[in-house]
Design a protein around this ligand. Sequence first.
Ligand code: AMP
Length: 274
Amino acid sequence: MLVVRTLPELRAACGGRADIGFVPTMGALHDGHIALVRAARAASETVAASIFVNPTQFGPNEDFLSYPRTEEQDLAKLQAAGCDLVWMPDVATMYPPDAASTITVGGPALRWEGEIRPGHFAGVATVVAKLFGQVRPQRAYFGEKDWQQIQVIARMTEDLLLPVEIVPVPTMREPDGLAMSSRNRFLSPQERAIAPALHAALAQAAQRLAASRNVEETLTAGEKMLREAGLSADYFALVHATSLAPLTQFVRPARLLSAARLGRIRLLDNVAVN
Ligand code: AMP
């Protein structure tokens, strides 16, 4: 496995490779990230991953500085999963001082995380577009854990005619249902015990909706379940699966989406609805 940290090294490493499956990450890797690497491995001649904690997607009061950085363990996990190439740029490579262009995102980026974290998806879209330009993959793999993020990136890729196929990968969960996340390590034992309630509320809402088709009653019951578990919901919503517009009546394709606060941590999750 080749680890490259400069653009000339990356160009030399990616140069003649015709079939690259790419997994962008911010490191602190867990089995959710590794599921993306395995999906890429199954479909690609070359598997490339990137590790870059992208400052522009963090708000001023967010955890950019304290975001977990576990480089050595990350590289061991990537190697074990069959990754061929790891791109680890520094901030100056991604954002040279004379850089003057960013990507503006609307549509699926406007609500939910986009509203709560202003500028977040612009930062994500900009860094992903840059990574695509650097790595030039045929396919890029993203986790359904961040459902809204996938829709924003799929929209951007289509709008800007980027020659990359966006491949979604299902959410990897702990045995109790909690979606794996790099920030879960910051949960106290008490918070860790409460955290699975987010997935439980979403799963119960999906069942309730399948049975009753009553959106309002389903969302009210879901919010109540979160509250009773000790979670403070930022939103608990039924949305159109690609536009992310809120739905007051059940129509397909739909997704149940929620974010909730637990102490200092925000938990995000979503489930399909049939
Ligand atoms: P991050 O390092 O948090 O930026 O995540 C990098 C990629 O891994 C994104 O496409 C995430 O959606 C994906 N990812 C994060 N957690 C999970 C999970 N539990 N299951 C599947 N994919 C995930």
